[in-house]
Design a protein around this ligand. Structure first.
Ligand code: FES
Length: 112
């Protein structure tokens, strides 16, 4: 089984559009996220830290300040995740391990 370092869940184009009324904003963030994960080699099974999974979620139960991005296993929830913000979040948080606190809207420690 392939090792996984992170799982990125983006509420990009939710059915009820509660967190982000503009579907184009979320769609652009999702497109950029997919592109960066691919370009930065984060899906490479040979990556020492493990691969980065990505999922377009319908709703992450935050429902404000979207698009919302949850980064597992850290439990960090980012708000206002525009296509521009995605790049910094992936490079600084996912790759370098330093969350961008000013964009964090919540944390979930998954029962820890
Ligand atoms: S609609 Fe995006 S978090 Fe609920």
């Amino acid at each position: 089984m392939v090792r996984v370092s992170h799982h990125l869940l983006l509420c990009a184009t939710p059915t009820k559009a509660l967190c982000c009324p503009d579907p184009e904003l979320g769609a652009a963030s999702w497109a950029r996220l997919k592109q960066l994960v691919r370009e930065l080699g984060l899906e490479n099974p040979a990556r020492e830290q493990g691969i980065v999974l990505r999922t377009k979620a319908d709703c992450l139960r935050i429902c404000a300040e979207g698009p919302i991005l949850l980064i597992w296993p850290d439990g960090v929830i980012y708000g206002g995740v525009s296509a521009e913000r995605v790049e910094r979040i992936i490079k600084e948080h996912v790759i370098s391990g330093v969350p961008i606190e000013t964009w964090v809207v919540g944390r979930n420690q998954f029962g820890r």
